[in-house]
Ligand binder design. Sequence first.
Ligand code: DGL
Length: 268
Amino acid sequence: MMNNQSAIGVFDSGVGGLTVVRALIERLPYENIVYFGDTARVPYGVKSRNTIEQFTEQMVQFLMEQNVKALVIACNTIAAVAGERVRRLAGPLPVFDVISAGADAAIRHSQNGPIGVIATTTTVNSNAYARAIAIRQPNYRVISQACPLLVPLVEEGWLDHEVTRLTLREYLPPLLAERIDTLVLGCTHYPLLKPLIREEIPDIPLVDSALTTAEAVAYELEKRHLLNPTTQTPDYRFFVSDIPLRFRAIGERFLNRPIDQLEMVSLG
Ligand code: DGL
């Protein structure tokens, strides 16, 4: 049975959600975590809603079988198009997602907008950030820019590379032309580009949804008396639907620590 020592279940289309795990580990160092990354079917950012909903359902089922005490949608694309589906499947389990946490933080940072959002194509087309911000603050304009080239550049490890810098110089100017006063990093991979983005736009505050999600999880679990009361070294288990070449190296870069317990599970 699920209790307050049960793990937090975190899931993503692949390896990117490890940025959220990293933030969770830093914020909640005694929590057990079980992660699922759908590495066999990544990327989700160019796929349709129906396909993403179907894949997501399988991951949620798997995590619920592990008796998790909460679910964290670490993938912006999943949060954008399948958040409702996850909440329905989860029933009474608390569900957190990077878009709600990112929208909350964007409003805290912004003076009066417009708020810029960079994300995958599917996230931008879904308009999910604009809707999440409009619910909280209907007067703020949201300007979104799809940046499909950034995910592969980050996975390649080109975090401080001329090609990535030039790519940002293509993607960012339309947002700057609208005089955004805050930029939401609306994709799991983008927190790794923070130093480079800061160099390009030093005066605009960046919202890192990995950090704000971890903050939201900490707040809500405490409120619900669901924090793990023990202070033993926690258990981190990582499940993936495929172990591609260089997975460990890329994953450890996202997580900023070694991945010890890694297992492959076929879904669907
Ligand atoms: N995890 C995805 C996101 O945050 C990026 C990778 C993908 O396209 O699957 O939007």
